[in-house]
Design a protein around this ligand. Structure first.
Ligand SMILES: CC(C)(COP(=O)(O)OP(=O)(O)OC[C@H]1O[C@@H](n2cnc3c(N)ncnc32)[C@H](O)[C@@H]1OP(=O)(O)O)[C@@H](O)C(=O)NCCC(=O)NCCS
Length: 387
């Protein structure tokens, strides 16, 4: 085996500090955006204020917020090029594939493509944040065979998304809960998709390339994809009475329970309690919702009781109910199809991704770690006729 030049990092880079950031702090079961606890932000802020905070470093004053909102409103509409692409793709592709591809294609109409200056990237961040809800609402309507509803300038970011998606049929709490969910999912340190964005930005590639990479990483079920797999798991369990058996069988086959476990949080994900409250309130809306929420509660209890039967590693991981677990039901109860939770996540996270790309470009150095080679060495070439 070749001699390693450096000691290899732990598997999955666990515990490795790979960069510095002034955007958010994840520590001791707390999540803090630019110095503000998310518990405060989720209770008091509009998503636009939080996006401004992440991108600029400080909360906006009244004039700054008005101007920021006006810029977002100005850029909500999609060009005919993006609308056509979205329509072409929507027949067969998943929402995450559509969003990733349309975001990537939007680079083609970026007037400052390749300009990585902070001013240009700020404008790109606003355009991407503004357009993503329009992309997803258009996709959702198309799946239902409905024409797109144009953005409504008088409405805020979350309320406009609800309006474009459901019009007058929107759940009465859709705007409020989407606003809170976008805030809770806006930023989270060096999570996998943000790291992917920073690695891409580190090559001096542009904002659109970095956000496209982030979309790719978010899709996986170990990351944002867990919102969708949580919903599938709840549907598979089917009835609250099946929860305990599901867990018993799951432990036997080392099943990974979606919505449980976290790399950084060891005892509590501070976002989960907010989404649990929303899910629990919305569960009162009908028998199907009540049943699905009851499945969740029985699952949490059954897993907690059976932790001693699990391997020490698994027992430690399932101790945490993560953000995706209750996001899945909160979104479903608002009328969002079960396979679209991950794409909703991206609507919040876009501000965090963009802030990280700007931070990376603001003081850039190529991110290029090394690997420890574990393959064979010194082999002798054998001609094809002799193999
Ligand atoms: C979040 C997650 C990817 C963290 O992974 P990680 O820190 O790399 O932890 P590992 O995958 O190394 O898991 C360590 C052990 O816990 C087990 N484990 C981890 N998450 C588990 C889960 N949700 N259910 C059951 N067992 C789990 C692993 O099988 C492994 O067991 P072992 O020691 O017997 O081999 C992982 O917990 C997971 O896949 N959770 C479900 C998906 C999810 O909800 N993702 C969203 C995160 S916000």
């Amino acid at each position: 085996m070749a001699e390693a030049r450096t000691k290899p990092a732990p598997k999955g880079l666990e515990g490795v500090v790979a960069t510095t950031t002034a955007i958010s702090l994840v520590q001791d079961n707390r999540l803090i955006y630019r110095g503000y606890a998310i518990d405060d932000l989720v209770a008091k802020a509009e998503y636009e204020e939080v996006a401004y905070l992440l991108l600029n470093g400080d909360l906006p004053d009244r004039d700054q917020l008005r101007d920021f909102k006006q810029e977002l409103v100005k850029h909500r509409a999609l060009s005919p090029f993006l609308r056509d692409l979205l329509a072409e793709m929507s027949e067969n592709a998943t929402a995450m594939d559509v969003l990733r591809t349309v975001v990537s294609a939007s680079a083609a109409e970026d007037p400052a493509e390749g300009d990585n200056s902070q001013a240009a990237e700020y404008r790109k961040s606003i355009r991407l944040t503004a357009k993503l809800p329009t992309m997803l609402a258009t996709y959702m309507r198309r799946r239902r065979g409905e024409q797109p509803v144009p953005p409504e300038p008088s409405l805020g970011h979350a309320a406009n998304f609800a309006h474009m998606t459901w019009g007058e049929k929107a759940h009465p709490r859709a705007a409020e809960i989407m606003n809170a969910a976008f805030i809770l999912q806006a930023e989270h340190g060096l999570n996998a998709s943000t790291f992917a964005a920073r690695i891409t930005a580190g090559t001096d590639a542009d904002m659109h390339a970095a956000v496209t990479a982030a979309f790719g990483a978010l899709k996986g079920p170990k990351h944002g994809g867990a919102t969708d797999t949580t919903m599938r798991m709840i549907e598979e369990i089917g009835s609250p009475d099946h929860a305990e058996t599901f867990v018993d069988k799951g432990i036997e086959r080392k099943y990974i329970f979606s919505g449980f476990g976290h790399r950084v949080y060891l005892t509590e994900d501070p976002r989960a309690k907010h989404l649990r409250r929303f899910a629990s309130e919305l569960a009162k809306g009908g028998p199907e919702q009540a049943k699905q929420f009851e499945i969740q509660e029985r699952l949490v209890r059954a897993i907690a009781e059976r932790r001693p039967k699990m391997s020490p590693g698994a027992a430690a991981k399932v101790n945490v109910v993560n953000v995706d677990f209750y996001a899945a039901t909160a979104y479903t109860f608002l009328g969002i199809p079960a396979d679209l939770g991950t794409s909703i996540f991206s609507l919040g996270r876009i501000a965090g991704w963009c802030a990280h790309v700007m931070e990376q470009h603001g003081d850039n150095r190529l991110i290029r770690p090394e690997s420890e080679y574990t393959g064979p060495v010194g082999r002798t070439w054998v001609p094809i006729a002799e193999r």
